[in-house]
Design a protein around this ligand. Sequence first.
Ligand code: PBG
Length: 326
Amino acid sequence: MSPLIQRPRRNRKSEAIRAMVEETRVTTDDLIFPLFLVDGKNQRSEVGSMPGIFRLSVDLMLKEIAECLKLGIRVFDVFPAVEDQWKDKTATKSYDPNFFYLKALRQIKKQFPEACIMTDVAMDPYSSDGHDGLVKDGKILNDETLEILGKMALAQAETGIDILGPSDMMDGRVGYIRKTLDENGFAEVSIMSYTAKYASGFYNPFRDALDSAPKFGDKKTYQMNPANRREALIEAEHDTAEGADFLMVKPALAYLDIIRLLRDNSSLPIAAYNVSGEYAMIKAAAQKGWLDGDRVMKETLLSIKRAGADVILTYFAKEFASSQPN
Ligand code: PBG
């Protein structure tokens, strides 16, 4: 007779039982697909450090969105890759309604009103300093930056997009943007705040994609210290009080504990950004044949959801959706 009364393996003995007791499941509905937009027509260039991810001009992006919608992806986060000649100290192009990013957003929403479009609110893609805030004497000014972010947010809201994503980490920006939107008749536009955004080494491929790396220094005076956990709660309290609709943790993989922390301390939906460097690591190892890319991609997304994320921004969205049975 077996001395064992409890045998957890019984609940693993068949595919049917394993599926029945499965605690976490990732679905395409959980995912947001980040897209990189460039000016022009018929433009398509692969990001060197992100195999399978392309910068697209709007005509090709419309095709990409159509394909993704067929696969069940309904939420997209569009980032602009801006040529150097259009960058300046104050990110003027970020609120010029005739600039290609805002024009493209209008086109996208017109063609796919059912798609949920998220935008990026931060100065870095348009800043000649490559920083998320206004730079003066080597310092990033907070309150002066808010004014620019407010103009940018309003210009984006006017295109008809659904969710604004302030990714800049200035103090008070969620409240400032919320107030600007509400005063201008955009009470329905949502804010997904980059709440706990860490000063991370995992963003480099994204900065390659947009050519948006800081021209001097680093982002440590506004993005959070990777060593800090309690500080994420302070940011979450502020963003919640200031009217955020979603709280985001970024990056995801090295910060699964922070995702869980916010999940346990907030009733808002928690988003996690599975960032460019996390994508690049898996792709590189898979290309070398060192990892099974598909399997590790799914395990990664699962881990982020299990940690407590309701929503995952991931460059794997299309690949994941393509691999799902209909
Ligand atoms: C900048 C921004 C960054 C990302 C999204 N918005 C990079 C940074 O803060 O330097 C990174 C996304 C990724 O790595 O996938 N506002």
